[in-house]
Design a binder for this molecule. Sequence first.
Ligand code: 1PW
Length: 215
Amino acid sequence: TRQCEGKDFQITRLLGAFRSCISENGHILLKEYLSGWEELIKFMDSLGMVFGFISQETTTKINIMRGHLTGNSDEYHTLQSMVRYELDRGLVNFKELPQDQVPSGCRTLLRLHRALKWLQLFLYKLSTSTSQDNTGELCALAYEKALAHHHSWFVRQAAALAFLAMPPRRELLQVICVREEEEAQLVLSTAAKAIVRVYNLTQDVYEAYGMLELP
Ligand code: 1PW
C-alpha cells in the first residue's frame, strides 16, 4: 500500500497549488499553476504504465512553459502578463507554427487549460460516485465531454486504452490518499471546486482575447 507522504501524489497538495495560483486580484500565477500540474503528473504516473503517454505529453507542455518562465520570469509571472507580453511582441502564433519553433506560452497553456476541464469533471463525477461505479467509465465520460473533440484519433485511442486500465474505485481512493467515503466526497468535491475557479478565470482571459482556438 502507499504511504501517502513525501514525494507521493497528494490531493491536498494539488488543492493547495490550484488554490494559491489565484492572486488577490484574480490573476493566474503561472508558477503555482504549473506546480499543480506537476502534482497531477504524479497522479497519472501512479495510475500505471498505460497513462505513460498522456503523462509524457503533459510533461512536454509543462516543460515548454517552464522554458518560457525561466528566461522571462516577470513577463511570465501571471497568465495576464504572459498574454500581454506575447500579444505585444507578436509571439502568440495565431497561425500554425513551423516544427522547429518553440510554441508560445498562450498556445501551450491553452492545451493544459482544456485538459483541466476534463480533470475537474472527472473529480466531480468521482465525488458523487458510489462503490458500484466504474472509474474508467467515469473518466471516459468526462473525457468525451470535455476534451476528446480537441484531440486526434490517435490520442483518443490512447486515452481509451488508459481508461480501460484505470484501477477500481477503492484503489483509486487509496491513490488519492483518502480512506473514508465521506472524506473522499469532501476532498474530491473541494478539489473540483478549486479547479473550476481557476478554469473559469483562465477561460475568461482566453475568451476576451479571442484565443480559444489557437492552432
Ligand atoms: C485520470 C486523471 C485525468 C486527468 C488528466 C489531465 C491531463 C490530460 C492531458 C491530456 C493529454 C493527452 C495526450 C496529449 C495530446 C496532445 O495532442 C494534446 N495535448 C494536450 C495536453 O491535450 C494537444 O497538444 P498539441 O498536439 O496541440 O500540441
